[in-house]
Design a protein around this ligand. Structure first.
Ligand code: KG4
Ligand code: ZN
Length: 334
């Protein structure tokens, strides 16, 4: 019989389900929560409620469209963490109950590892060992990936995630959440060197993004005092300049990591890896340093259950199941 796994992702504000059959992703159903747009960020309580509302329809659609009957599922996988506790609880509880009813095992998945394993959904696939820059709304990590389930964090942010820096800048500019894609869009029409923002340099391979957030805040406050229409008149240049600075900070450390570990297999993952500026800068560096670069499809960059399913497949092959007494871990590490 084939290995058929139903995977659930509910760590933040996307409710998603996916079916993987013998390592092949059959679908990736995602319900995005628009309820957070007007708040400038994810409201945890509202996220949990929306997961409650969306989860069963999303799972139903994944199972129906896969053509695989429930009786032929081999296991159920879920995101154990990291993420928002209330959101995780919805997915974990559902996975446990459904697996209990079907009498099949469950597989816990680390959300950040899954972002990296999204690279194994489609070709071309990175060759071990590779370095992955994982950039999302909650994390910014440089990961040395030695094998499917063997990873080491070699650098990370000491404060905000880079996605947060994008989203908070967008909020200051009066743009809705999530602001990253909008900054990306406006940046394309602006001059990245119009305004200079400070580049913070942390020790080793670590990052810091709280400084730029404050710099943008003061920069806007001072300029609005002189010209109340400053944002409106300079939106594209501000977006381009902030994005340019953030990408610079990421690329500096990525270059350093590639050099230190003498690795030319370079991947990016997580929501911010959808950024077009980041993607083009990576291509330039790949040519310069002879890197082989791996960039997932946009639908596998932002939160999705296909990446959870992919990670679960590798765990299934190693019989890495967990007990039904498992609980979510909002701060789960590798
Ligand atoms: O991985 P993800 O979907 O969720 C988390 O695990 O956090 O990442 C979401 C983050 C948000 O901060 C969002 O603004 C950012 O990814 N993002 C982008 C782009 N698309 C999504 N940031 C910059 N440019 C984009 N095109
Ligand atoms: Zn994520």
């Amino acid at each position: 019989m084939k290995i058929n796994i139903l995977a659930i992702e509910s760590s933040c504000d996307e409710t998603s389900a996916s079916i993987i059959s013998d390592g092949k992703i059959l679908n990736n159903i995602v319900a995005t929560q628009s309820v957070h747009e007007k708040y400038g960020g994810v409201v945890p309580e509202l996220a949990s409620r929306a997961h409650q509302q969306h989860l069963i329809p999303v799972v139903h659609e994944a199972i129906q469209s896969s053509g695989i009957p429930k009786s032929e599922l081999s296991a159920i996988a879920f995101t154990k963490g990291p993420g928002l506790m209330g959101s995780l609880i919805v997915g974990v509880s559902f996975a446990k109950s459904f697996a209990y009813a079907l009498g099949i095992p469950i597989i816990e998945v680390n959300h950040m590892q899954a972002h990296i394993l999204a690279h194994f959904i489609e070709d071309p696939k990175p060759v071990f060992p590779f370095i992955c820059l994982t950039v999302s709304g909650g994390h910014t990590q440089l990961v040395l990936v030695k094998d499917f389930l063997q990873m080491e964090i070699i650098g990370e942010t000491s404060d905000d995630a880079v996605g947060e820096a994008f989203d908070k800048t967008a909020k200051l500019l009066g743009l809705p959440y999530p602001g990253g894609p909008l900054i990306d869009k406006y940046a394309k029409q602006g001059n990245p060197r119009a305004f200079a923002f400070p580049i913070s340099d942390m020790a080793g391979l670590n990052f810091s993004f709280s400084g730029i957030k404050t710099a943008v805040l003061y920069f806007l406050r001072d300029n609005i005092k002189l010209n109340p229409d400053f944002i409106e008149q300079n939106l594209t240049d501000i977006c381009a300049s902030v994005q340019f600075t953030l990408i610079n900070m990421l690329m500096q450390k990525l270059k350093k990591a590639a050099k230190e570990y003498n690795i030319k297999e370079i991947a990016i993952a997580g929501g911010v890896s959808a950024n077009s500026g980041l993607r083009s800068e990576l291509k330039i560096l790949a040519e310069k340093f002879g890197w082989n670069i791996y960039v997932p499809k946009i639908e596998y960059c932002t939160d999705n259950a296909a990446m959870i399913a992919m990670a679960a497949h590798f765990k299934y092959l190693k019989s890495e199941f967990c007990g039904l007494d498992v609980v979510p871990d909002a701060r789960l590490k590798f």
